[in-house]
Design a protein. Structure first.
Length: 127
């Protein structure tokens, strides 16, 4: 009986996290992984959301404002990933089922990748 209650609590926590992540995501593309999710407008100070799922970033092209942007990266997979800028100025590990917040400061388009899985790549597009 205790095991059943524990699994319900875990499922409820996962569901709450999924709802929170969905609320933070801004995408009107119908779920396409090649879409651009806009960060808030202005000269920096923006926010954006990125998901890691099935050994891919979603979206693969993330629109950010020039200057400082906070990105919440959620790992929906079963293995550890990272969010690493190609110039190595930012690198954050994200455990399975976890979300991490990273702050980037970019003035031009920049690439990012997973340092553990080299086929996982994406682009921050400054707009």
């Amino acid at each position: 009986m205790v095991r059943r209650k524990t699994s319900h609590v875990v499922l409820a926590g996962v569901f709450a996290l999924a709802l929170t992540a969905a609320g933070c995501s801004s995408s009107d593309d119908g779920g396409s992984s090649s879409a651009t999710a806009p960060a808030s407008s202005g000269a920096g100070g923006g926010t954006a959301a990125l998901t890691v799922k099935d050994f891919a970033f979603d979206p693969v092209s993330l629109s950010v404002t020039a200057g400082e942007t906070t990105i919440t990266v959620t790992n929906e997979g079963a293995v550890e990933h990272s969010f690493t800028l190609d110039d190595e100025s930012v690198s954050q590990d994200i455990a399975p089922g976890a979300s991490e917040t990273v702050t980037v400061n970019v003035s031009a388009d920049a690439g990012f990748h997973c340092k553990y899985h080299t086929s996982m790549t994406g682009t921050l597009t400054v707009g």
